[in-house]
Design a protein around this ligand. Structure first.
Ligand code: HEM
Length: 162
């Protein structure tokens, strides 16, 4: 199955010399990384008391942008993965990063639901619940870990060993 994927025209295209293969997918991946992590950090910092002119109730308007960026990450990440599926599938560093992405998506889903439900009350009382702070800590830590793990995948595993 992995050999079939690796021999496919899509895999060849992604590995090829063209600017539209690996370099294009990596550029989209970098853009998606900036949006997901940037927005998660902005929301987290707002809950921690920075940028007080942004109403807490308006943060939910940023959610669709984050989800669109996550979809971009899945598409561009899949394209990068298709260049050598049989190597990625056994690479510990990649598997750690991929697991962190899955956990990050689930935790972010619950975070956004809580924010949408509880932000009017937080806004009125001027106090964020303990649950809110826990989500900020968890999402900032998880997404920062995804970024570091993604960048280190090329160095920690055996993907590019000579
Ligand atoms: C929001 C989610 C994600 C973030 C923040 C993220 C972040 C990153 C980062 C920072 C890199 C390093 C880029 C570079 O070397 O310049 C990377 C590489 C990569 N990512 Fe992601 N990623 C995400 C999701 C995914 C998903 C869902 C997949 C698989 C379907 C994936 C597959 C890959 C692959 C294959 C590489 C190349 C690794 C290498 O050969 O060095 N990523 N990612």
């Amino acid at each position: 199955m992995l050999q079939y994927l690796e021999d496919s025209a899509f895999s060849e295209w992604a590995r090829g010399e063209s600017l539209w293969g690996w370099p294009f997918a990596l550029t989209i991946h970098a853009l998606g990384t900036a949006i997901v992590i940037g927005f998660i950090f902005i929301m987290g910092l707002r809950l921690l008391g920075f940028f007080r002119t942004i109403p807490l109730t308006s943060l939910s308007r940023l959610f669709p942008v984050v989800w669109v960026a996550v979809v971009l990450q899945v598409c561009s990440g899949f394209t990068l993965w298709m260049t050598k599926p049989s190597k990625y599938i056994t690479d510990g560093a990649f598997l750690i990063k991929f697991s962190l992405v899955c956990i990050g998506v689930v935790v972010t889903w619950f975070y956004f639901n809580t924010l949408r439900r509880e932000s009017p009350e937080w806004e009125a009382k001027g106090v964020i619940s303990r649950r809110g702070y826990s989500f900020v800590a968890a999402t900032i830590t998880l997404w920062a870990a995804v970024l570091v793990a993604g960048r280190l995948t090329a160095y920690l595993g055996q993907l590019y060993a000579q």
